[in-house]
Design a protein around this ligand. Structure first.
Ligand SMILES: *Cc1c(COP(=O)(O)O)cnc(C)c1O
Length: 410
């Protein structure tokens, strides 16, 4: 019997309340989000990936001769799926050795008259250097799309992320904070770009009853199961099964469908989003306080490195805490021994894009971008859940396992 088994989710998603699910109420999630983000307008899409596709197609119309999109080599595979589904060529930028962000020299080398856009990515809530991307983009005549899929609520110089580049996108997927099960948000600083994004949405995205029914059922299922007592069945058990097969890609949730649906976000799910959004500020505030304590505790462990915001004046969000282990051997040992032990341990992504058998073909046959340092990051990173359900006792145990694993390394 699994009754009473308490399971920690891999990220600090915002739990739904039964009252969020009422069928009536304000459905204007776009305006509610714009107000909450303090931006002029927000545009809703059915996923972060779909939002990225709308952004790419919009920019492609503005710059029809440019076909390359530069992304960090270590990012969500959905980003590369979106680029490829738009008929564009992904280019992978290596990471900097010391900072979890694109390497300046690599980025400069990748930019050319073929570059449509650069996609700086606020990975796991850490705020990337958008100004650097903007600098090289402008020199090459390209755009900047900020991927803030994992960073709703993160700010830089007092302003929401997504507003330094030309377009910003957020995800409302499960596990990324506020959720409509799947959902995406586009923001843009410039009014002309905003109306182009809006026009592209109306030209290419229609309503789909089938998808809406499926997503509504999934959202209800999520509302019912996103509780410590129910998560074992929907998250814990499948995780242990994947790990028993040595399937790390399945365990990390990196096994995406490579065809991206595009449709409108339905009324009821928008109502749920409007009601849940009222609790997001408090949720993020508590997550930040918890993260501060736990970052301080992790920082005392010799040999590991806790990842901070790559940019100054940034206030990132904390769905997880990222830790870089000294070597791949200690990282892999930690994951092998404790991934299944319900201590909130996971991987942001298992591989860099070019090392997934499933996604490498999307890079094309001529792929030759240098990605050595990003690979080293991918081999050494772990994520620690910042869920409110990870108790201090569990977190202490996890810290003990981490220091013991590092100490064992020759
Ligand atoms: C999840 C994610 C996306 C895609 O968002 P979805 O809403 O899941 O489609 C894009 N970029 C990054 C970095 C992500 O983590």
């Amino acid at each position: 019997m699994q009754v009473g088994r308490v399971t920690v989710p891999p990220t600090a998603g915002l739990p739904l309340c039964p009252a969020d699910l009422l069928p009536w109420g304000d459905a204007n999630l776009a305006d509610a989000l714009a107000t909450w983000l303090e931006v002029p307008e927000a545009q809703l899409e059915c996923s972060g990936t779909s939002a990225l596709m709308v952004a790419l197609r919009t920019l492609q119309r503005l710059s029809p001769t440019r076909r390359e999109v530069i992304v960090p080599a270590y990012t969500c595979p959905l980003v590369v799926i979106a680029i490829s589904q738009c008929g564009l060529q992904p280019r992978l930028c290596d990471l900097s050795p010391g900072i979890l962000d694109m390497d300046e020299h690599m980025l400069r080398g990748l930019c050319s008259e073929r570059t449509l856009a650069i996609v700086p990515t606020h990975l796991c809530g850490r705020v990337a250097d958008v100004q650097m991307a903007l600098h090289f983009a402008r020199l090459a005549g390209a755009y900047v799309i900020e991927d803030a899929a994992q960073a709703l609520g993160a700010r830089i110089n007092g302003q929401s992320v997504g507003m330094q580049g030309d377009v910003g996108l957020f995800s409302l997927a499960v596990g990324k904070g506020l959720t409509t099960y799947e959902g995406g948000v586009l923001v843009a600083r410039d009014a002309a770009i905003r109306s182009s994004l809006y026009a592209m949405h109306h030209r290419t995205v229609g309503y789909s009853l089938g998808w809406e029914l499926l997503r509504s059922a999934e959202l209800l299922g999520y509302a019912a199961a996103y509780r410590p007592s129910a998560l074992d069945r929907v998250y814990g058990a499948p995780l242990r099964k994947s790990l028993a097969r040595n399937d790390w890609i399945g365990a990390a949730g990196d096994d995406f469908n490579t065809v991206i649906p595009q449709h409108k976000l339905g009324t009821w799910r928008r109502r749920v989003g409007v009601r849940a959004l009222k609790r997001l500020t408090m949720h993020l505030h508590k997550a930040q306080q918890r993260a501060e304590r736990r970052v301080a505790q992790l920082s005392l462990i010799p040999g590991i490195e806790v990842i901070h915001d790559p940019t100054p004046n940034a206030q990132g969000t904390w769905p997880v805490i990222l830790v870089r282990m000294p070597h791949q051997t200690s990282r892999d040992a930690l994951m092998r021994e404790h991934w299944a032990s319900n201590l909130g341990l996971s991987l942001p992504f298992v591989n860099i894009i070019s090392d997934y058998e499933r996604y490498a073909p999307l890079l094309g046959r001529d792929f030759s971008d240098s990605v050595m340092i990003a690979r080293n990051w991918a081999q050494r990173l772990v994520s620690v859940s910042n869920s409110e359900w990870l108790t201090d006792a569990q977190f202490d145990r996890l810290c003990g396992h981490i220091s013991e694993t590092v100490a064992r390394e020759p």
